[in-house]
Design a protein around this ligand. Structure first.
Ligand SMILES: Nc1ncnc2c1ncn2[C@@H]1O[C@H](COP(=O)(O)OP(=O)(O)OP(=O)(O)O)[C@@H](O)[C@H]1O
Ligand SMILES: [Mg+2]
Length: 518
């Protein structure tokens, strides 16, 4: 049994209107929102690690009481469902009130170690923030959110988590390609878990409405609940330090995304966690062939605002929006200038460390820069798989480098031939730099394999798991969940999950381009 301590509800102003009608909600951080019942809940998957963190057993989570609660059909003692009010900048423009239109928080569970975990159902039905939509989520997007949340955790990247994936037994209508062909899809609900689901947009909404009082209350609450490290800070410095921490955490998060080739796809300010967690697994994607200009999101295809290579700049832009919102409480420019400068410094430092680690150097040196720029350029033009390339690079013998060893990362034999001379030249320079770095080869390999994953949730793999689950077969969800628990280890017998994107998946929906329709 979980113990709930629902501070967000208790300490922050709520919406007095308890109906479930669409509305603009003012001077309130949340609204009551009961999940809407579903017809035939079925547990498809759950996370062992999340069970452990919540101190729940397999018997608990698979019991009818829990399955019903995770499907939104009933509440367990202590649960008090609500939807949060937030706004956001979407694709560069202020979009006004958004809020949890299909996410419903159940409450904050506190385990015996005092760790706080908010449980939130995604796809649990309409709320006052649902605007024109149905409050539901399809199986396809729920499988993706469930698997990727846990995969990111095992990669060591800050993220919201996923406790469970439940199929609702109801259908959801979606026009996946936005081409006037709506289809019936299976519905599902993920129970997400995080210490806090507060987003940049939670602050922006009050600033935009010039509601300083609610903004101040929310800031004080967030610092108190979600940033315990600030407790002993002198009061007059606390706010500046808080903004600085947010900038640092965001910088670290983005450097980690870039390390593994994760592209979020919708970095709107309502999808930016105040804790620097990855939040909202929508049209995200994993880089197969290295391409800084790649965006998985079909809605973003024209502008490529959220493409792989722009993520660091977009995160900074989002922090600037947060600064703009907070400015009405504390107008001192230095607070924000310093925070943003810290973002730049932290990102640059972290990225340099990531690069050194990915390439197997003991530390970053500026002289590596041209070498790394050259190989990124080559990888892009020669159509090279990012994940496979770095795994193979780890076992290149610096004393006797053999280019053929890297060929398995190539998607195009023709381009491989074309770029071979440049690759040869690059490899020889890389080998020289590696020899000069004088690391023991075994240490070099093992340290590279700790930062360059062997297994990531390649887009086509997630799609295969979805296609099977759609036919009632959850075996691949289970298998992927298992393999992705140890993403850095070679797993004999599981090689197929490390294979390059097959040719058929290159242009298939869900495998290279993802729809926002979820
Ligand atoms: N099917 C839906 N029904 C109601 N509201 C929706 C639906 N899909 C998205 N929204 C709302 O639209 C806004 C932006 O959507 P976005 O795609 O960023 O979020 P999301 O995927 O629903 O959720 P989250 O950010 O909570 O993971 C949010 O306010 C979200 O709640
Ligand atoms: Mg969102």
């Amino acid at each position: 049994m979980l113990t709930f301590d629902n501070r967000f509800l208790r300490e922050l102003p709520g919406d007095p209107d308890t109906t479930n009608q669409l509305r603009q909600v003012f001077h309130a951080c949340w609204s009551h929102a009961m999940p809407t019942s579903v017809s035939a809940p079925r547990m498809l998957a759950y996370s062992r690690e999340m069970l452990e963190a919540l101190e729940l057993s397999v018997e608990d989570i698979t019991s009818p009481d829990w399955v019903n609660a995770l499907a939104g059909n009933s509440l367990l003692p202590g649960m008090q469902p609500y939807a949060m009010c937030y706004g956001g900048h979407q694709f560069g423009n202020w979009a006004g009130q958004l809020g949890d239109g299909r996410a419903i928080s159940l409450g904050e569970a506190v385990n015996s170690k005092g760790q706080r975990w908010e449980l939130q159902l995604k796809g649990a039905g309409v709320t006052p923030y649902s605007r024109m939509a149905d409050g539901r989520a399809v199986l396809r997007s729920s499988v993706r959110e469930f698997l990727c949340s846990e995969a990111m955790y095992h990669l060591g990247i800050p993220t919201t988590r996923a406790l469970s994936l439940v199929q609702t037994g109801d259908v959801v209508i979606r026009d996946m390609f936005y081409n006037g062909n709506p289809q019936m899809e299976k519905g599902a609900i993920v129970c997400r878990v995080a210490p806090s689901f507060i987003r940049f947009g939670n602050f922006e909404i009050f600033a935009m409405r010039d509601d300083k009082q609610t903004l101040q209350t929310l800031v004080d609450f967030t610092i108190d609940r979600d940033f315990p490290e600030l407790k002993d800070y002198p009061e007059e410095e606390r706010f500046a330090e808080w903004f600085a921490i947010i900038c640092v955490r965001t910088a670290r998060l983005i450097a980690q995304w870039m390390r593994v080739g994760f592209v979020h796809g919708v970095m709107n300010t309502d999808n930016m966690s105040i804790l620097g967690l990855t939040i909202d697994y929508g049209p995200y994607g994993w880089v197969d062939n290295f391409d800084p200009g790649w965006t998985p999101n079909t809605t973003d295809a024209a502008g490529r605002r959220y493409c792989f290579g722009r993520q660091p700049d977009i995160a900074r832009w989002n922090l600037e929006r947060l600064a703009q919102a907070l400015h009405c409480l504390k107008p001192e420019r230095e607070i924000y200038d310093e925070g943003l400068m810290l973002y730049d410094q932290t990102y640059n430092r972290e990225w340099a460390a990531v690069l050194a680690a990915k390439f197997g150097f003991s530390a970053w040196r500026d002289e590596y820069e041209p070498l790394i720029n050259e190989v990124f350029d080559l990888m892009y033009h020669a159509d090279i798989d990012m994940t496979e390339f770095f795994r193979k690079l780890a076992t290149i013998e610096a004393s006797q480098p053999d280019l053929a060893h890297l060929q398995s990362a190539s998607y195009s034999p023709a381009l491989w031939e074309t770029f071979k001379p440049r690759f040869e030249q690059w490899l020889s320079q890389y080998a020289t730099a590696t020899v000069a770095d004088a690391r023991d080869p075994a240490t070099r390999t093992s340290s590279m394999n700790k930062v360059n994953p062997r297994y990531v949730l390649r887009n086509y793999l997630a799609q295969q798991a979805i296609d099977l689950a759609d036919q009632g077969d959850t075996s691949m969800i289970e298998e992927l969940l298992e393999v992705l628990r140890r993403p850095y280890d070679e797993q004999p017998g599981k090689e197929r999950f490390a294979e390059l994107r097959p040719e058929w998946a290159k242009h298939k929906a869900g495998c290279s381009m993802l729809s926002c329709s979820s």
